[in-house]
Design a protein. Structure first.
Length: 339
């Protein structure tokens, strides 16, 4: 790979354009959760099918050892997840799978055992570990320390913020260097208010109108963008309502700044990808501006009568990154940036 196209090169758009305002990881737009063994197997099968179709890994599969584990059989469930991952073919169509595990919360008796069992066995294969119900920086640091002791010093961590206290501390949490993404836990957030928030706020529409829920989403997204981390939007429980699913995904992206979203049913995966894909005309425009900027050595240019400089170059480069992450075919001139 030459200097022009290497993502680690000083001449690559990602190196030139993405400074403190946006140098975080580019993650698949779907984080799909499953915890029942047969559903985990089907989720991994779906991931492989989409990798062959798109030529890239467009979804994470997160194996759920929290809600997915039967009460009293947490250790057995964690061991079963490890066995599934040890037997997994991690390469599909020339690409690497992205599989994560959600462990129990930091105050749960199985938390430390989950991390030891999972990270010590398959931590080198995981794309990240998800830590739920994180309320403070101390909660996150405890997870980091346990993951490191289990042999996962290079393993990224994602967290779920599911309470008002977690929302209050979101900026401190987002600043931690090991953190890659924050997800908003809608259902637990609502239920943590002791009935003060109605159950309508857990619905596809109500979660965008209740002031406390909306405020929490905005705080988490702002904290993530302040530190170059990925904000991941919460679930939509109406999994059979494709229109509601896509409307929520589009609103989360366009209005609240979320670049990733949870799926809890296979039927939600494609609607999320479609909703978060850039439009074809956006991609064409982004490619034209990026190539013109490169030809001008990243100095100011005029495109269709408008002035562009590095601030707008950064925006259009991120459109191309999103297009690639969602499996869109890129214009020929910019494909080499993603080889």
């Amino acid at each position: 790979m030459n200097m022009q196209t290497s993502p680690h090169s000083a001449q690559h758009p990602r190196s030139i354009l993405l400074g403190a305002q946006g140098a975080g990881a580019v993650l698949p737009v779907v984080d799909h959760y499953s915890g029942v063994p047969e559903r985990m197997a089907k989720s991994l099968q779906l991931q492989a099918e989409l990798m062959r179709e798109f030529g890239a890994c467009v979804m994470d599969v997160t194996m759920d050892c929290e809600d997915g584990a039967p009460v009293g059989k947490e250790a057995e469930h964690a061991a079963q997840v490890v066995a599934m991952l040890q037997a997994l073919d991690w390469q599909v169509a020339g690409a690497q799978r992205r599989v994560a595990v959600r462990v129990h919360a930091v105050d749960h008796p199985s938390f430390a055992a989950d991390i030891q069992t999972i990270v010590s066995s398959v931590g080198d294969k995981l794309c990240h570990v998800m830590i739920p119900k994180v309320d403070s920086l101390a909660d996150l640091q405890r997870a980091v320390d346990l993951v490191d002791r289990a042999g996962g010093k290079n393993l990224p961590l994602h967290v779920l913020i599911e309470s008002s206290l977690g929302v209050k501390n979101a900026f401190d949490i987002a600043a931690h260097p090991r953190l890659q993404s924050i997800s908003f836990g809608l259902m637990d957030f609502v239920s943590s208010h002791n009935g003060a928030i109605p159950d309508s706020a857990m619905g596809a529409a109500g979660q965008f109108t209740h002031p406390l829920v909306l405020r929490a989403k905005l705080e988490i997204a702002a904290a993530c963008h302040a530190y170059g981390k990925v904000p991941s939007h919460c679930v939509v429980t109406e999994f059979k309502d494709t229109a509601a699913m896509q409307a929520a995904a589009r609103r989360a992206s366009a209005e609240l700044g979320y670049t990733r979203m949870w799926s809890i049913h296979p039927a939600q995966v494609r609607p999320i990808i479609a909703a978060l894909q850039p439009q074809s005309d956006e991609v064409e425009k982004a490619a034209a501006i990026t190539l013109a900027a490169q030809a001008a050595d990243w100095g100011p240019i005029s495109h269709e009568g408008k002035l562009h400089d590095r601030a707008s170059f950064r925006y259009y480069w991120q459109i191309l990154e999103k297009a690639h992450a969602t499996g869109l075919s890129l214009p020929e001139g910019v494909r080499s940036f993603f080889l």
